[in-house]
Every structure is written in structure tokens, then in C-alpha cells.
Design a protein around this ligand. Structure first.
Ligand code: SAH
Length: 219
């Protein structure tokens, strides 16, 4: 088997054992998880662990999320292909790549310039051209391209940052881990005109969102 075939086999196993068996059903989400080469998004010393059922370190005290959580959050966004999506917390760029596969355009904001630069050049080298990585404080959103049909926050916030609520389009969906620094609950918000409806989903653990509308410092 070539290296490429080995990884594609590992992805198939990841999808069957970690996603389908736990109830992920959206066929397009499963297709994206099969297509995007997760091993490209982890550091050299983690490549052999790229498809295990866990988050992994990516440097700068940050992590690439557990594959199942990526699939779950993506499924909650219910993407059909026409959406403009905002991601807060680019990290490795993996979640952004999955979103780019499923939506029309993705803007992803990262606070740490080295991570933003690395994921930008990786996404470019994989020819994933509908994803734009922006350096900045994602807790303020990205008003210049708003509104977004979908917003995903991939860092833990004490509450959903108000600017993100304002940048969500009518009928749009937002998914975010909300809680303390120690643990959070995944929340799904849906905008219906002026009204926002919130549904609490499942317990999760993310690294903190650091910014003006989140936590102000690293500890
Ligand atoms: N989605 C990523 C994992 C995110 S880890 C992936 O697929 O790999 C959380 C990321 O959020 C970290 O890279 C961290 O630097 C970033 N982050 C934290 N606070 C932020 C903020 N206010 N704005 C943008 N990014 C932020």
C-alpha cells in the first residue's frame, strides 16, 4: 500500500469507528472527513497519531480538536454549500478545511500570527482556495464580511461574544463551547429574525478564547 492509501484507509476507519458509530449522519460531513488529509494538519511528531480519537498538540499551547468534535460541530451547522462561514480559532486549519469543503466561503480568525501563517500556507498548498485566514481577535468577529450563515467558535468562551450574535444572518446557526476554563457545554444558537434560540448540546473541553469579548489573558 502507498502512503496515500494507508492514510485514506485510516480516515475510513476514523469515520466508521469514531463518527458513524456515535451517530454522525450528515453524508456530506462524513465525505469531508474522508476527504481532508488530517495528518497534514498536525506537527511532524504527531503524524502517526493524526487519526486517533483525541485532540493533539499543535504548538503555542494550542490543540487540534478531537475528530469527532470537529464532525459534531460541523454537523450542527447544517451546511448545504452556499454559506459564508466564520470560524474563530483557526489553530491548525483543519476545521477550516472541513468547512471549506462544505460551504462556499470560509473566513477564519486566529489570534497567534505563527499559527495563522502556517495554516494559511498549508491550506494554499492543498489548493483549498475558498478559505481566508485572518490574524486578529475573533471575539470581535469580522464585521467587514458579515452577516454569516454559520459561525463556529473553536475556543472556550465564558459566553457567546455579543459581536458574533450581531454578525449572524437571519436563519443562521452558531455553535460554540460556553462555560468555564475547565469545562464547557457546546451551544447551538439559531437566529429567527431578532430572536436568538439557544440549545445546549453536550459537555466539551476547549482551550480558552482570549480577547476583548472573552477572557482577557492567558491564565
Ligand atoms: N479549530 C482549530 C483548533 C482550535 S484551538 C483546528 O482545527 O485546529 C483554538 C484556537 O483559538 C487556538 O489556535 C487559539 O490561538 C485561538 N484563539 C484563542 N482566542 C482567540 C481569539 N480571540 N481570536 C482568534 N483566535 C483565538
Amino acid at each position: 500500500m502507498s502512503e496515500k492509501e494507508v492514510y485514506s484507509h485510516e480516515r475510513k476507519r476514523m469515520v466508521d469507528q469514531q463518527m458513524v458509530s456515535r451517530g454522525i449522519q450528515d453524508a456530506r460531513v462524513l465525505e469531508a472527513m474522508l476527504a481532508i488529509p488530517r495528518h497534514e494538519f498536525v506537527p511532524q511528531d504527531q503524524v502517526r497519531r493524526a487519526y486517533i480519537d483525541a485532540p493533539l498538540p499543535i504548538g503555542n499551547h494550542q490543540t487540534i480538536s478531537q475528530p469527532y468534535i470537529v464532525a459534531l460541530m460541523t454537523e450542527f451547522l447544517n451546511l448545504k454549500g452556499h454559506e459564508i462561514v466564520l470560524e474563530i480559532g483557526t489553530g491548525s486549519g483543519y476545521q477550516a478545511a472541513i468547512l471549506g469543503y462544505l460551504a462556499k466561503k470560509v473566513y477564519s480568525i486566529e489570534r497567534i500570527p505563527e499559527l495563522a501563517e502556517r495554516s494559511r500556507s498549508l491550506l494554499h498548498s492543498l489548493q483549498l482556495e475558498n478559505i481566508e485566514v485572518v490574524v486578529g481577535d475573533g471575539s470581535c468577529g469580522l464585521p467587514e464580511h458579515a452577516p454569516y450563515q454559520a459561525i463556529i467558535v473553536t475556543a472556550a468562551a465564558p459566553e457567546v461574544p455579543k459581536p458574533l450574535e450581531d454578525q449572524l444572518s437571519d436563519g443562521g446557526r452558531l455553535v460554540a463551547p460556553v462555560g468555564s476554563r475547565m469545562g464547557q457545554v457546546l451551544e447551538l444558537w439559531r437566529r429567527d429574525g431578532k430572536k436568538l434560540v439557544c440549545e445546549k448540546l453536550t459537555p466539551v473541553a476547549f482551550v480558552p478564547l482570549i480577547g476583548e469579548h472573552a477572557w482577557l489573558d492567558e491564565d
